[in-house]
Design a protein around this ligand. Structure first.
Ligand code: NDP
Ligand code: OXD
Length: 315
């Protein structure tokens, strides 16, 4: 799809995305000028900002901005900008490629945890034959916290290969194939059931530090954790204490409070932690460009945007 009959500047700002984005955007928006540096724009000409982790205050100079399009699924980095223009609508991406990669990652690590690969690897490091009898996936309950676009896809895929998948979300929704638990009232029961907990929650004021010592005290003995949501969902000291006490048997962490994770961080060398560098998934021009083009068209035409973010609830 192409936009036509409009002109103006689109600012693309990201230090951590596929380098082909600016070229692909310029091809997709032949009547707009795509810029990657705010200082190279006439601020009054900028109609759309396509951003991932931009410097605070960058957007306030654009008086005619009609769209803030976040180049990813999570939008939490926006809330730390005290000068975020409040009147401009914010949209996030729902990228089928990102969903597919995330689903692969959650399947990969769920299977690894279910088949006890971390324990087998530790035994191998000690030249130890550690026979662990394999169990059927139906005997492992995987609890997904956050049943949105990503959580639902993971739940379906896990259930599809025989896992006993359950989910937890803020509101009840129809047409979810797995058993769901809702809000604070259901959380204790949810976490008592899950052998593996997958965090696919957005970071908001309600979810920050949710995985604290109180939460971890109530999980099943020897449960495992996969965090692909955001680092600040977890209280780090509480996680280490739960792993050291054997309350949790392993944690797979893809996201961290500080990224890149500092070289001296205790997580790196912990024998019960697997680290990946926030690469469980990523946004791709091939699968995400179409909806950005459509959103710019809608913004310029004054129509309702796709995948609008609600600033009040924070996702
Ligand atoms: P969605 O907005 O589609 O889904 C979010 C889910 O979390 C919804 O089910 C929502 O409930 C639930 N939720 C939000 N707040 C609460 C709460 N207080 N209590 C209970 N449930 C809550 O997001 P996505 O699935 O697209 O993405 C989820 C997160 O994954 C992103 O925000 C981002 O942080 C992370 N992410 C990480 C990536 C990585 O590379 N590691 C890549 C992409 C995303 P409800 O359905 O009731 O609204
Ligand atoms: C996202 C991410 O939120 O990559 O899209 O973390």
């Amino acid at each position: 799809m192409r936009t036509s009959g409009h002109s103006g500047t689109i600012l693309f700002y990201s230090e951590a995305s596929d380098p082909s984005w600016p070229t692909e955007l310029q091809k997709a928006f032949p009547t707009f000028t795509v810029r990657t540096r705010p200082e190279d724009t006439d601020p009054t000409d900028v109609v759309a900002a396509i951003v991932w982790k931009y410097p605070a205050g960058m957007l306030r100079q654009f008086a005619n901005l009609r769209l803030i399009q976040v180049l990813g699924a999570g939008v939490d980095h926006l809330w730390s900008d005290p000068w975020l223009p409040k009147h401009v609508p914010i949209a996030r991406l729902v990228d089928p490629g990102l969903t597919a990669r995330m689903t692969e990652y959650v399947l990969l690590h769920s299977l690894a945890l279910h088949r006890r690969l971390p324990e087998l690897r530790n035994a191998q490091c000690k030249n130890t034959w550690c026979y662990l009898h394999p169990r059927a996936p139906a005997d492992t309950c995987i609890g997904i916290m956050g049943l949105g676009v990503l959580g639902r896809s993971c739940a379906d895929a896990l259930a599809g290969i025989g896992f006993n998948a359950i989910g937890w979300s803020r509101s009840r929704k129809p047409n979810v194939a797995v058993q769901t638990y809702i809000g604070a009232a259901d959380l204790d029961e949810f976490k008592r059931r899950a052998d593996i907990i997958v965090l696919l929650l957005p970071l908001t004021s309600a979810t920050e530090n949710l995985i604290d010592s109180r939460f971890l005290a109530g999980v099943r003995d020897g449960a495992a954790l996969i965090n692909v949501g955001r680092g600040a969902l977890i209280v780090e000291n509480a996680l280490i204490a739960a792993l050291d006490a054997g309350r949790l048997r392993h944690a797979v962490l893809d996201v961290f409070r500080t990224e890149p994770l500092p070289a001296e961080h205790v997580f790196w060398s912990h024998p019960k932690i697997t680290i990946t560098p926030h690469n469980s998934s990523a946004t791709n021009p091939a699968t995400a460009l179409g909806q950005i083009v459509e959103n710019v068209r809608r913004a310029v035409a004054g129509e309702k945007l796709l995948h609008l973010v609600d600033p009040v609830i924070g996702y």
